[in-house]
Design a protein around this ligand. Sequence first.
Ligand code: AMP
Length: 189
Amino acid sequence: MLNVVLFGPPGAGKGTQSENLVKKFDLVHLSTGDIFRANIKGETELGNLAKSYMDKGALVPDEVTIKMLESEVKKHESPKGFIFDGFPRTKAQAAALDALLAENNTEVSAMLALEVPEEELKIRLAKRAETSGRVDDANPKVIQNRIDVYQRETAPVAAYYQDQDKYRGINGIGTIEDIANRLYEALEA
Ligand code: AMP
């Protein structure tokens, strides 16, 4: 299986590039943010809980997020692989993902980390707010909080994959196509 962790700060282009990777490698796309938003829309218990964290730009607790991700992974019988978009965001989530994949006799193949400077992220998120309808894109304070949470809690996850020699840094500046080609090359190398 090809199991890719697509990593990077909010606004780095994970969602956009996931679409490209899904098409190219025929993977199942699991975006924890998208799954939470679908639950909010459906007014489920999980959605109500997640919303209280997401609206502030905070992380949904590990226990809740991990349980949800596990049940999503189990929905797919013999996929070619997964692209994990926005997960793991903490070291506890990374360890849980390793354990889950190991149970299925597979593992993370690579972490592809989109690298984009903070100023550019803010410009992209403000622009995305015009069309995304996302509460957390519309407020500059929430955007700043998401970036701070990323630096504090999520960036250390990169070291987890560096230790396993699975980390690949990708320049996230350029056209969508250029960046997609960098990702393909990193996976095909
Ligand atoms: P995203 O769509 O990846 O930008 O995620 C939007 C929001 O969903 C985040 O700011 C978090 O509140 C929540 N979220 C998404 N993925 C996770 C995760 N792996 N762990 C905790 N919270 C998450």
